[in-house]
Design a protein around this ligand. Structure first.
Ligand code: WTA
Length: 663
């Protein structure tokens, strides 16, 4: 990063654009939407749903709300794939590019709306011929290739519910998710390219299905990398074979607004991941609204790029459903930002240029970039010089999501990527919220570096204190006080857990799990998770999930996990482990235990450090004091220890922690 380029400032007082205020801003959207939604938020969302979506049948009731269960746009019927594809083709836009896709090696595919619709119809027929029908669940475990959105949209065409499993997850995660949802089919690929080489997927599916999930009858496999995986006769089918045999046309299923669209699993405060349920009409209305007004998407001229993986909610909403509903042209990229195209690679990896992202923005003329603070901080560390060796002048808006962005990273994004002229939308939302919730509408709401600013029109967020009283100015817990269209409709198979997890902490409120501060202007500053969920590079991982994986190792008797501060990834996973009596502490044991977690949960969950300790600090009631362990991990001065059953333990833990080698 260029020395001295980031001045010290009071970020709260600094406003972008410097002259903007609500009254004088150059408006692409004017302030009236806030006023309209404030006056009658149901009418506001009803108008958006009717304006942005194509309905087979209009809804008769906008909202029915019986805490914690909401129904939006009751009586309305629509099909997701029709909204994303058919209506654009019917409007004469079939030749418009939907995806400029680039594989990590540098191979390219240009996919128009006509192409995408043809593939979706065919694959929907494949699923029908393999015995799937409306309401069935299908697991999708794929790399970032065009067949992934095709598979998702094909599900929506016939009313099949998809459950996308992030490609970085391990076989255990696939087994659990397929079992929980009773999935009938898995759609996968042999492998996907990552960091210059194929990263296997199909073998993980084989391992997962060998361990359980007997409900899975069929596996469809895209041949992405030619790695020649084992194919089980009768169960496994090559994508290209079944597609060649499929009929070309598949009429869309007219779905109820409240029919289940997808399940997406997310980490909770207990070890078992929660199957977050999203339905069709409300979800799509809010996703389309935010795509249009938060990201200011102009489908005729823009090239939108969301750098997330479709395995997370960000990719569901802003690589698949949002942009396609509006008829946008996008870039979709398979690999990692530090992997150059094949033709530019030398044998020596250390000499590889880390400019793939800027190269892509320049070559495709990307107009909006949406990425995570972790990525931004990584780019900052790689250096400020090289983005400037590319022409990034096509960019006109930048977005950030996934974790709180520090003002320094915000300013770097603003200066070096945005050329000081692009508005930045810091978008706070969750898997559970379905779409953006707290973020500025560009041109309407002046921004402050590090603040997600204000709730979007029609969303009501309040900070409360321990007692649940509203905090007008100051810190507390972020809550949502009214239902919103994209909200989760529950946890698959567990309505009670839905109520207990989200709606029981503060009376009448959805508690988001995040801490937040509200400043004098009413701006919200996200402070990170206050529950037992860690946020590592924008990925939610629960402490208890990792703890279960740790105690699953034969040498581990007890374990506690905390998220320690990390400059790049936001938080890093640190495990404290008590060994069973007979276990011998060797140098390799620590890394073996870390690897064990990666095997169980996938590489994102691998602890950065594992400390072997004689005991864990517990309260008199036996609750592990994670705050203390976090302080130890952060290397901070320890707090008050008087409620500890054995205060001596902390000092010992700290000493041991200091001795342990952190990798
Ligand atoms: C965090 C990702 C601060 C937050 C879309 C939330 C953020 C969790 C922001 C949801 C942001 C997301 N500023 N924190 N702009 N966006 N978060 O479900 O802790 O993977 O609760 O959804 O990410 O993570 P999830």
């Amino acid at each position: 990063m260029a020395e001295g380029s980031i001045e010290t400032y009071e970020s709260e007082d600094r406003v972008f654009p410097p002259t903007a205020d609500f009254a004088s801003a150059a408006l692409t959207n004017d302030r009236s939407m806030y006023e309209e939604a404030e006056a009658d938020y149901e009418a506001f969302w009803a108008r958006q749903a009717r304006e942005l979506l194509t309905w087979d049948q209009d809804f008769h009731t906008t909202l029915e709300w019986e805490l914690p269960f909401a129904q939006w746009f009751i009586g309305g019927k629509l099909n997701m794939s029709v909204n994303c594809l058919d209506r654009h083709v019917d409007a004469g836009l079939g030749d418009r590019v939907a995806y400029h896709w680039e594989g990590e090696p540098g191979d390219q595919r240009t996919i128009t709306y006509t192409d995408l619709l043809a593939d979706v119809e065919r694959f929907a027929n494949v699923m029908l011929s393999l015995g799937l029908s409306k309401g069935d669940r299908v697991a999708i475990y794929m790399p970032m290739i065009p067949e992934l959105p095709v598979a998702m949209l094909a599900c929506t065409r016939i009313g099949v519910v998809h459950s996308v499993i992030f490609g970085g997850f391990s076989p255990d995660a696939i087994t659990d998710r397929c079992e929980d949802a009773d999935a009938k089919m898995v759609i996968t690929a042999d492998a996907g390219y990552r960091r210059g080489a194929p990263s296997a997927l199909k073998p993980n599916v084989d391992a997962a299905l060998a361990a359980g999930a007997p409900s899975v009858e069929h596996v469809v496999v895209v041949d992405r990398c030619g790695t020649d995986p084992e194919m089980v006769e009768g169960r496994d089918h090559w994508w290209h074979d079944v597609m060649a045999e499929a009929a070309p046309h598949c009429p869309p299923e007219s779905m109820d607004a409240e029919d289940l669209l997808y399940i997406l699993y997310t980490s909770g405060t207990t070890a078992k991941p929660k199957g977050i349920m999203h339905t069709t009409g409300g979800y799509l209305a809010q996703v389309a609204f935010t795509q249009k007004y938060v990201f200011d998407l102009k489908p005729d001229s823009d090239v939108w790029w969301c750098g997330a993986d479709i395995g997370w909610v960000t990719g569901h909403s802003y690589i698949v459903y949002g942009p396609l509903t509006l008829g946008a042209t996008q870039v979709m990229y398979e690999g990692t930002p530090d992997t150059p195209r094949q033709e530019l690679r030398s044998a020596d990896r250390s000499t590889w240029d880390k400019d793939r992202l800027w190269d892509i923005i320049e070559r495709y003329g990307v107009t909006q970039l949406y990425t995570a603070p972790t990525a931004i901080r990584t780019f900052m560390r790689w250096g400020a010089q090289w983005p400037n060796s590319h022409d990034l002048s096509s960019l006109r808006l930048l977005g950030t999501v996934g974790e709180p962005i520090n003002p320094e990273a915000w300013m770097w994004y603003h200066e070096f990527i945005g050329g000081e002229s692009c508005p930045i939308v810091d978008t706070w939302w969750q898997t559970e919220t379905g779409a953006n919730m707290i973020t500025p509408l560009p041109g309407v709401v002046p921004t402050k570096p590090g603040s997600a600013t204000l709730p979007i029109p029609g969303v009501f967020a309040e900070v409360v204190d321990d007692a649940g009283d509203v905090v007008k100015e100051g810190g507390g817990y972020l809550t949502l006080s009214r239902p919103w269209p994209g909200m989760l409709r529950g946890i698959w198979g567990d309505p009670e857990r839905y109520h207990d997890t989200y709606w029981s902490t503060y009376e009448g409120r959805y508690f988001a799990g995040d801490g937040a501060r509200r400043d004098a202007d009413g701006y919200l500053w996200l402070l990170g998770r206050v529950d037992d969920v860690m946020n590592v590079s924008g990925h939610r991982i629960s402490t208890s999930e990792v703890e279960s994986a740790l105690v699953d190792h034969p040498a581990v008797a007890e374990a506690a996990v905390v998220g320690a501060k990390d400059e790049i990834t936001g938080q890093a996973i640190v495990g404290y482990v008590i060994l069973i009596g007979s276990a011998e502490l060797t140098d390799s044991l620590r890394s073996e235990i870390r690897q064990h977690v990666a095997n169980k949960l996938g590489p994102t969950a691998r602890p950065k450090a594992v400390f072997i300790v004689p005991d864990l600090p517990k309260t008199r009631s036996g609750k592990i004091m994670r705050r203390l362990l976090r302080d130890v991990a952060d290397g901070q001065v320890l707090g008050d220890t008087t409620t500890l059953a054995d205060p001596g333990v902390v000092a010992e833990i700290r000493d041991r922690a200091a001795e342990s080698d952190e990798e």
